[in-house]
Design a protein around this ligand. Sequence first.
Ligand code: GLN
Length: 477
Amino acid sequence: MNLASLTITQAHDGLVKKEFSALELARAFLDEIEKSDKSIFAFLTLTPDLALFQAKKIDDLISQGNSIPLLAGIPAAIKDNILVENMRCTAASKILENYTAPYSATVIKKLEKHGSIILGKTNLDEFAMGASTENSAFGPTKNPRNLSRVPGGSSGGSAAAVAGNLAVYALGSDTGGSIRQPASFCGVVGLKPTYGAVSRYGLIAMASSLDQIGPLAKTVEDARIVFDAIRGRDHFDSTSIEPEVKNLKFKIKNLRVGVPKEYFIKGMEKGVEKAVKNAINKLEEAGAKIVEVSLPHCTDYALAAYYILMSSEVSANLARYDGIKYGYSEARNPKHEIRNLIDVYLQSRKNGLGHEVRRRIMLGTYALSSGYYEAYYLRAQKVRAKIIEDFANAFKKADVIATPVAPTTAFKLGDKTKDPLSMYLADIFVTAVNLAGLPGLSLPCGKSSDLPVGLQFIGKHFEDNFILELGEFFEKL
Ligand code: GLN
């Protein structure tokens, strides 16, 4: 049996039936990482000693005859913008290369309570800004399905770890598609929960009104298990809530699946369009009612509004990396003669932050500056309101919305690095979901030229479980 290819439920069964121990399971993953991560580069930091220590504790529990939670003994990979106490946390930036987290994120505390095992921290685009993981200051991750392709981003290391059997599941973060798009490129499942469903405490902030943490996994069932473990109100994050659990009975018969008429755009890869349309046909054959809906502002304006609002929040959130409080400081560089405080700020940020991050800080600062605020930031906020309205109207006709995740499959490494605008276009179907705060699930629905294609289900606020149930149903089809 290849232990590294098991899902959460399969691994749990094996542990409970004592077919293998948690130590053997953890070792199987560490061996697999040793073997393949040189070529994939999913991990920035590995924590084998901690993983084996945690596994031993689970084995002790099992041998004492205790029943264990589903996630106990299950090896996971964590995106390197989520803090784990006493572990290095870089956000794939030079400015945090030697930063050690002083506390653990709420999601980590929750996973630890369930007995999950941490194998290490995964690569990402610097501060989660990108769609290919090529913006990492430490080098790009490769797609395990085809090593000449990108894994998507920014949670590319997490998606590659799951797809490459280097972890059973992973955590990622999604500000404008960063869980769903890499899940789609790597052929795994990814959930961006409703804004507020999962605590952001201990997530290195990118754009606080959009950021959410969520799972990447091999099956929808696994994604649901992880989501159940990490969700809920946290008094450290005032935007998190404990939603009323609606008892929605999922039935495919007459389920109204909305397909936005604007979402099959010109220039989209033919094989992607075909796979997504096939998937929608399958739902119809199974009894769902397919209805056309319209999201008129989403494909035309969501991307522009997202890049203004996100960059504005980025410029505020990243002001803390100033070479003084923590992280890389030019003041400590013996070769550099620092003249004054401004020099420390400028030189530390210039040398510590990468191109894409600095580009967004500049864009955001510009959009927020006096005289431009009304024309950019305020206008983008108005577009955001329109997008929320679009979804509200669509949900009058549909119970759930189905769309592609990305217009293409995984592109070649280096293909879009010279042209930021073409990289931003990879986010065309995903950012509206963040602007509206809705839950979005990405799951594999076929292939185009041998590369995985993702299907996206978008649900109403706090109906994460509903789209997960639909996802499980689709997976069985
Ligand atoms: N591609 C998006 C961006 O570069 C993804 C960001 C994210 O979700 N973290 O902004």
